[in-house]
Design a protein around this ligand. Structure first.
Ligand SMILES: [Zn+2]
Length: 512
C-alpha cells in the first residue's frame, strides 16, 4: 500500500477522538486531509523514499484530533490571530455564544457594541451585517476554523433595540426570518443569554418560536440559562421544555450550581437532563474544568436595570431612588470575598485582582453599594471572576457522559480568567493524569468527536481517513498549565505540535 504522503506522524499513540482505546500507529497527512490512520504495513520504511514525504517522530506522545472549543467568546480574536487557544491544541472554535454574536449589525452599530462590551474585547469598529459576512471574515483566520451560532441578544437588538420588553408578533416574525437566513448562510445554530439584558426579557414562547426555526434547519440551540443559582433546576426545566416543544437539539451552556447554598441543586439539574434524554430529547451540556466563573460585574444586578443599555444603567444609578431599588435586588453568585475584579475601564491599578469585600472594607462601605459605585466610576465596564463552585460538583459535571468540555474563555483588557490560557492542558494534566477523573480517551472525546457531533462539524474531531488534518500532538506525562487566577497569561506545557488543515501551526510549543 502506497500512501500519497506528505507528512507521516509515527511512533506515537493514536487517540482517535471517538472514545475508543489508544493504539500505536501512524497518521498520514496529504494536503489538508488525513489519508491514513492505523497500523502501517510491516516493513514500510520509517523514512519514506518519496522526497516529498516528511516524517515526524511522535515517540512518547499522543496523536489526537485538534481540539474543539465548543463554547468560545473569541468572535473577534480569531480574526486578530490571537494564539491563546491554539497553543492549547485548539483548532476549531464555536463562537456566538450566550446570546452574543458579532452580527447582524443594527442600524446604530454602537447599540450592539455596547451590549457585547465586556464579552467581546474589541475596538469600536467591529460588526458584520450577516452570518455570511462574518463567516467570510472568519474563514481567513490563521488560528482556527470557526463555526458560529447566531446570538439571540444580537438578533433581538437588530429587531427591537436594546429593550427587555416582550416583542410584538411582527417583531418576532422578523427575528425568525433573520435567524432562518443566518442558518441558511452557514451558522450552525442559535444561542441565548437569558441572564443578560435584553435576552433576559424573552419569554419561553419567544424562544420556542425561534427554536422551531433552528429545528427546521437542523441546527443546535445553546443556552446560557436564566439562572445557575437558586432557581437552577427551574431554569433547566424551562430550557428542556422549549427544546422538547420545538424538537430542537439543546446544549446547556457551562452547567454548574453557583453559590454554596445552591450546590445541592446540581444533582437535580443533571437528573432533569438525564430524564429528558431518556424520553428521547436531544439534550447535552458543557462545563469548564475550573471552580470559578467569569463574567461582567453588571451580572449581579437585576437585568431590568440594564434595559436600554449601559447609558440607561448609568443614569438610573445617578438617581438616588432608582439606585436604591437596584441595590436591594443585587445578587452575587459567590460570596463578596470571592467576587474578584479582573478588568476595569479607567482605574485598573486600584481594582484589578481585588475582591468586592476587600474594596468595601477599604472604603468603609457595604459591598452592594461598592458595586454600584464602581460601576458608576468605570462607566459600567468591569469584568469579574466569581469563585462559586464545588469540587464534588465539578467532578459530577466533567465525568458525565452527556458533558463536553469547553473554555468559555473571555478576553478582557485586564487579567482574564485562566481558562482562556489553560483549559485543555488542565483537562489532560490535572483532571486526567493527577485526579484520574477520566481516562485520556474519554477526555479527548469530550473535546473532539463529541463536540463535533453536537455542533455538526462533520469532518472535524477525528483521526481517520477523510477527516480534516487537524491534529494535536501532546505529551501525556508532561502536559499541564500553570495559568492561575493571579497570573493567568501563561503558555501551556506539553502541547508539542498542532496541525490545522494539514499545515503545521504550532511546533515545539510555539506558534509557527
Ligand atoms: Zn455564558
Amino acid at each position: 500500500m502506497k500512501h500519497p504522503a506528505h507528512t507521516i506522524l509515527t511512533g506515537g499513540t493514536i487517540i482517535d477522538g471517538t472514545g475508543a482505546p489508544p493504539f500505536s500507529g501512524e497518521v498520514v497527512i496529504s494536503s489538508d486531509r488525513i489519508v491514513f490512520a492505523g497500523i502501517p504495513e510491516r516493513n514500510r520504511p520509517i523514512t519514506a523514499p518519496d522526497s516529498g514525504c516528511e516524517v515526524i517522530d511522535c515517540t512518547g506522545c499522543v496523536i489526537a484530533p485538534g481540539f474543539i472549543d465548543a463554547h468560545s467568546h473569541s468572535d473577534l480574536q480569531i480574526l486578530e490571530n490571537r494564539n491563546e487557544k491554539l497553543l492549547q491544541g485548539v483548532t476549531t472554535e464555536v463562537v456566538g455564544n450566550c446570546g452574543f454574536s458579532a452580527y447582524p449589525l443594527p442600524e446604530d452599530p454602537q447599540v450592539l457594541r455596547d451590549f457585547a462590551n465586556g464579552i467581546f474585547c474589541g475596538d469600536n469598529s467591529w460588526g458584520w451585517s450577516s452570518a455570511s459576512d462574518y463567516l467570510a471574515s472568519a474563514s481567513r483566520s490563521k488560528v482556527a476554523t470557526v463555526a458560529s451560532l447566531v446570538g439571540h441578544g444580537s438578533l433581538r437588538i437588530k429587531v427591537a433595540g436594546n429593550t427587555c420588553r416582550s416583542l410584538t408578533s411582527r417583531e418576532l416574525d422578523t427575528m425568525s426570518g433573520l435567524l432562518d437566513e443566518a442558518l441558511q448562510q452557514g451558522a450552525v445554530g442559535f444561542s441565548s443569554g437569558l441572564m443578560y439584558a435584553p435576552g433576559s426579557g424573552a419569554s419561553a414562547e419567544e424562544l420556542a418560536t425561534l427554536c422551531r426555526v433552528v429545528a427546521r434547519r437542523g441546527g443546535v440551540y445553546a443556552t446560557h440559562m436564566r439562572n445557575y443559582s437558586d432557581t437552577l433546576v427551574e431554569a433547566v426545566e424551562e430550557q428542556i421544555s422549549i427544546a422538547e416543544e420545538s424538537v430542537c437539539r439543546l446544549q446547556i451552556s457551562h452547567l454548574q450550581a453557583a453559590g454554596q447554598d445552591n450546590w445541592p441543586l446540581q444533582q437535580y439539574a443533571i437528573a432533569a437532563i438525564e430524564q429528558a434524554s431518556a424520553r428521547g430529547a436531544d439534550v447535552a451540556f458543557d462545563a469548564y474544568p475550573w471552580l470559578a466563573g467569569s463574567t461582567v460585574l453588571t451580572q449581579v444586578l437585576p437585568q431590568t436595570a440594564l434595559d436600554g443599555g449601559i447609558s440607561q444603567l448609568l443614569s438610573r444609578l445617578a438617581d438616588p431612588v432608582q439606585r436604591e431599588s437596584i441595590r436591594t435586588e443585587i445578587k452575587p453568585e459567590a460570596r463578596w470575598d470571592g467576587v474578584v475584579i479582573t478588568s476595569a475601564a479607567t482605574d485598573p491599578a486600584s481594582l484589578v485582582g481585588r475582591s468586592i469585600q476587600d474594596i468595601a472594607d477599604e472604603r468603609g462601605s457595604e459591598p452592594d453599594n461598592v458595586v454600584l459605585d464602581i460601576l458608576l466610576e468605570q462607566q459600567g465596564n468591569v469584568n469579574i471572576v466569581e469563585h462559586c463552585q464545588s469540587m464534588e460538583n465539578l467532578h459530577a459535571l466533567l465525568t458525565h457522559p452527556l458533558a463536553i468540555v469547553i473554555t468559555d474563555g473571555v478576553y478582557t483588557t485586564g487579567r482574564s480568567h485562566p481558562r482562556l490560557y489553560g483549559t485543555f492542558p488542565r483537562l489532560l494534566g490535572d483532571v486526567v493524569r493527577e485526579l484520574k477523573w477520566l481516562s485520556l480517551e474519554e477526555a479527548v472525546h469530550k473535546v473532539t468527536g463529541k463536540p463535533a457531533a453536537a455542533f455538526h462539524l462533520h469532518d472535524r474531531g477525528r483521526i481517520a481517513g477523510g477527516y480534516a488534518a487537524d491534529i494535536t500532538v501532546f505529551d501525556p506525562e508532561t502536559v499541564r498549565t500553570d495559568a492561575s487566577y493571579e497570573i493567568p497569561a501563561v503558555a501551556p506545557a506539553g502541547i508539542r505540535s498542532v496541525w490545522r488543515n494539514g499545515k503545521v501551526v504550532v511546533n515545539a510549543g510555539v506558534m509557527v
